[in-house]
Design a protein around this ligand. Structure first.
Ligand code: IPD
Ligand code: CA
Ligand code: CA
Length: 294
């Protein structure tokens, strides 16, 4: 594909996340969130902001690129057989947004014939724009991103998430406790696309989550790869946007994270704190380097 076309896709995505982000903030400021549950007995929410954001994005893509396919979370995308596919989370972190917790974002990725070309994530409240283009690196507000240099799990700040379905949520609890006991700290921020961008930015050293959807991961996964990090499935097999489960790391910690996930998968948890001096399988020992300032 000619470079100019990738640039056009990227610039369109950047303009759209800004427009959608402004609409999300406008909904919040006007106090018309209209918070609804997506189904009986679920914790999965949808708000007026999710709908307005998706409408803005889908309308423009459909008009400018009528032969492109669109996969969008709230279901207004379009099918077809075109090589290009836009993957859209109009508001990632809806629960945060509903509670006025400022970690939420708009996420747009574009792939061609299965190869991810562009990923753009914008956190409107925090005014942070993450952009990745295949082979061209990743940036935060225009500044290049590099993953952290942390090489030991006990010195790592990690993040995970829990799906809305309770049965799927509980299966991450043993992994959660294993990582809490082995890392410097483990967070749950509630916006998977941003969590991945934070790995790309060196704020987190690693992230794992189960039962995600393509729109949660597509842009953020490219961000991590373009910032020099590693992405895989929890068993170490290759990631695709349809994978549902993901491990993202700075690369140095990937083996240690996969080893820790294997412990939980085998039905084992840690019953007590892991000594900070005790090496964790798969980790290497060298000093902690702080992430680059962003
Ligand atoms: C959710 C967030 C959350 C993750 C959930 C996702 P939504 O997306 O990314 O961090 O744990 O699994 O569904 O519903 O806010 O777009
Ligand atoms: Ca969403
Ligand atoms: Ca999401």
């Amino acid at each position: 594909m000619a470079e100019a076309a990738v640039r056009e896709l990227r610039e369109t995505a950047i303009a759209l996340v800004h427009e959608a982000g402004a609409a999300i903030l406008a909904v919040s400021e006007a106090g018309v969130r209209d918070i609804q549950f997506k189904g009986e007995g679920t914790r999965d929410l949808v708000t007026e902001a999710d709908k307005r954001s998706e409408a803005i994005i889908v309308e423009t893509i459909t008009r400018r690129f009528p032969d492109h396919r669109i996969l969008a979370e709230e279901g207004t995308g379009t099918g077809g057989t075109g090589a290009y596919r836009w993957i859209i989370d109009p508001l990632d972190g809806t629960t945060n947004f509903a509670h006025s917790y400022p970690l939420f974002c708009v996420s747009i990725a574009v792939e061609r014939a299965g190869e991810m070309l562009v990923g753009v994530v914008f956190a409107p409240y925090l005014r942070e724009l993450f952009v990745a283009s295949r082979g061209e690196g990743a940036t935060l507000n225009g500044r290049p991103l590099t993953v952290s240099g942390t090489t030991e799990l006990p010195k790592a700040l990690l993040c995970t998430g829990f799906p809305y379905r309770l049965d799927a949520s509980t299966s991450n609890l043993s992994h959660w406790s294993n990582f809490v006991l082995r890392s410097q700290g483990t967070r749950r921020d509630g916006a998977a696309a941003l969590d991945l961008c934070y790995v790309a930015a060196g704020r987190y050293d690693g992230f794992w989550e189960f039962s995600l959807s393509p729109w949660d991961m597509a842009a953020g996964a490219l961000m991590v790869q373009e910032a020099g990090g590693t992405i895989s499935m929890p068993a170490g097999t290759p990631y695709t946007p349809e994978s549902r489960d993901i491990v993202a790391s700075n690369g140095h910690l990937h083996a240690a994270m996969l080893d820790t996930l294997a412990i939980g998968r085998n039905g084992h948890g840690t019953t007590g704190p892991v000594s900070q001096s005790q090496p964790v399988a798969g980790s290497t020992s060298s000093s902690h380097e702080p992430p680059p300032a962003t």
